[in-house]
Design a binder for this molecule. Sequence first.
Ligand SMILES: [Zn+2]
Length: 70
Amino acid sequence: MKVGYHCEECEEAVWLAVPRAELVWLRDRIHVAREVARHVQSGLDGWIVEGMQFLETHAGHSVIVTAKRV
Ligand SMILES: [Zn+2]
């Protein structure tokens, strides 16, 4: 299974190699992650950067955590 974010309004998705719970965590705490990103010099994990970019692009849209078989 692959998990990722899906924007129901734009019909766009991003697939990330982390457990579903991590994606739910990031989506519900995007404001916290944004603060952390501002203070971390060495960079965040790749999936967080990718996930945050998607969430920022689709801020205010209906973004769900989704899964698919691969
Ligand atoms: Zn969208």
